[in-house]
Design a protein around this ligand. Structure first.
Ligand SMILES: Nc1ncnc2c1ncn2[C@@H]1O[C@H](COP(=O)(O)OP(=O)(O)OP(=O)(O)O)[C@@H](O)[C@H]1O
Ligand SMILES: [Mg+2]
Length: 226
């Protein structure tokens, strides 16, 4: 079973006076991603990369077309069911980290596990072991403001992976990082993809970064153009 399947997936936006301008952010996209793949999505600004990723993450609804995550047809799910699917099966890493400022690294990672109903002791153990894994074993009690950008991004990755998602979605995860930290982060993602088998879909416009993925998808004007 594919982990993701899109069939003629489209997302149109309407802009300008009286919404007269139709923008085909995503235009009849067919896509299939298999379990364990590491896929990058590249393409010019405005080509629809984030729109596609948000669709795969059940964060946005298509204008038309179908999308499945594993056996689940997203079109048929209500808001609560979509939120539950996101919580149980998906992990997200964004360019802006989105950590909770008043929580320590450990508490940030524990937060999602708490939402999933994981008890206090296993929660702490899993948070600590995931932070160790991303090289932050010494910094578990630090708050985001006390860490570098690369360290914060690694907390975000630990948080996304602690719940053992089937699919990790990352939108420009290295956008705010220097080249050495970017290389470290990509090696980490590659290692986690291999050892945990987590499927990764990563948006990037950095040509060096996209080659860490084993399959590269290119987008232009809302279409996949490989
Ligand atoms: N909420 C919105 N309302 C109207 N138009 C939007 C909205 N979000 C995106 N668009 C339009 O859809 C198109 C695709 O946008 P998208 O954000 O997917 O591009 P992108 O490839 O991620 O670009 P970037 O590399 O700059 O992040 C663009 O033309 C954009 O202006
Ligand atoms: Mg984008």
């Amino acid at each position: 079973m594919s982990i993701v399947r899109c069939e003629e997936l489209s997302r149109y936006y309407y802009q300008g006076a009286e919404n007269a301008i139709e923008v085909r952010a995503l235009d009849q996209v067919d896509l299939q991603i298999e379990p364990g793949e590491f896929v990058s999505i590249a393409g010019p600004s405005g080509s629809g990369k984030s729109t596609l990723l948000n669709m795969l993450g059940a964060l946005d609804q298509p204008t038309s077309g179908k999308i499945w995550i594993q056996d689940e047809l997203l079109n048929g799910l209500n808001k609560t069911e979509l939120a539950d699917l996101r919580l149980r099966r998906l992990g997200f890493v964004f360019q802006s980290y989105n950590l909770i400022p008043v929580l320590s690294a450990r508490e940030n990672v524990e937060f999602v596990l708490q939402l999933q109903g994981v008890g206090a002791a296993p929660r702490k153990a899993r948070a600590d072991s995931m932070l160790e894994r991303v090289g932050l074993g010494e910094l578990t009690d630090r708050r985001p403001a006390e860490m570098s950008g690369g360290q914060q991004q690694r907390v975000a990755i630990a948080r996304a992976l602690a719940s053992e998602p089937d699919l990790l979605l990352a939108d420009e995860p290295s956008a705010n990082l220097d080249s050495q930290t970017t290389a470290d982060l990509m090696n980490l993602l590659t290692e986690l993809n291999r050892s945990l088998g987590t499927t990764i879909v990563m948006v990037t416009h950095d040509t060096e970064v996209m080659h860490y993925a084993e399959r590269q998808i290119k987008m232009r004007d809302g279409k996949i153009v490989n």
